[in-house]
Ligand binder design. Structure first.
Ligand code: HPA
Length: 273
């Protein structure tokens, strides 16, 4: 998909849109208000070279914001998932576009199930590391020249400096930011209780169906990543109720103000890039 991406970079400049220094991707029900955008929302479908079908509860558009005099944020509202039938290259297309446009930092949010009884719905956690169990990678195939390593290392894929900054900013706002290891599974069914027991033994503290393909693609392109999970439910088998999409959306809306405040402060922070 490199030629299509290059085409979009050229189209971006031709439209006179400013290039971003930061990419923001927000997941299910975690949209934030960043004030007045530099241009009206653009449907994601306008820049990707494949068809996008809408999913309930997932808006798919992007906007540009100026959060400091010298800082433009490319904000993707909603993301693509492998469970929707998109291949990992398609899932990574938006963040790769951001990277090729010059973004040096990406902030990604998601909703996640918790594997720890004291990490309860409503809590926020910075992802410190992941288990990539979705059975797919955006790096499959020959990498285009200039895209970075063929075999990129994923140590510190979740940038320690950005994690510390996020924790400090959250602290300033009186918001507790925990840390967790995120297991990425393909979905879209929730996990079985046996799978959750296995994941817990393997060191996972959070589980979800997104983010990891994007982070892998971003790391290959040298973008520093910060991923924040909102715990929306206790994972399968840990609570009397079944995990449900409804619960995920409700928790997302409940946490909107807290996440919005944290993201706005991070995006305005002088030390983010
Ligand atoms: N499992 C997988 N994905 C999720 C969950 C979960 O429990 N909660 C929110 N996204």
């Amino acid at each position: 998909m490199a030629p299509e991406l290059e085409l979009q970079v050229a189209a971006w400049d031709a439209r006179g849109w400013p290039r971003p220094q930061i990419a923001l991707v927000t997941g299910s029900a975690l949209e934030v208000d960043l004030g007045d955008p530099l241009l009206p929302a653009v449907p994601l479908a306008a820049v990707v070279p494949f068809t996008i079908r809408a999913v309930e509860g997932h808006r798919l558009s992007f906007e540009l914001y100026r959060t400091r005099a010298d800082r433009v944020v490319l904000y993707f509202r909603g993301r693509l998932h492998c469970y929707q039938g998109f291949d990992p290259h398609q899932v990574a297309f938006p963040v790769r576009l951001a990277a090729l446009l010059g973004a040096e930092v990406a902030i990604l949010t998601n909703a996640a199930g918790s594997l720890e009884r004291d990490l309860v719905p409503g809590m926020l956690a910075a992802i410190a590391d992941h288990l990539g169990l979705g059975g797919a990678s955006p790096l499959i195939g020959e990498p285009p020249r200039g895209w970075g390593e063929r075999f990129p290392a994923l140590n510190d894929a979740y940038d320690p400096r950005l994690r510390a900054l996020a924790r400090a900013v959250a602290g300033d706002q009186g918001v507790a930011l925990h840390e967790g290891v995120y297991a990425w599974l393909l979905g879209p069914s929730y996990e079985t209780p046996a799978e959750i027991r296995m994941l817990a033994r393997a060191g996972a503290t959070l589980v979800g169906m997104s983010t990891v393909p994007e982070v892998i693609a971003l790391r290959q392109l040298g973008v520093a990543c910060c991923a924040l999970s909102l715990v929306t439910n206790l994972a399968a088998g840990l609570a009397p109720s079944l995990p449900s999409h409804q619960e995920v959306m409700v928790e997302g809306e409940r946490a909107a103000a807290r996440i919005g405040g944290l993201l706005r402060a991070l995006l305005e922070h002088p030390e983010l890039v």
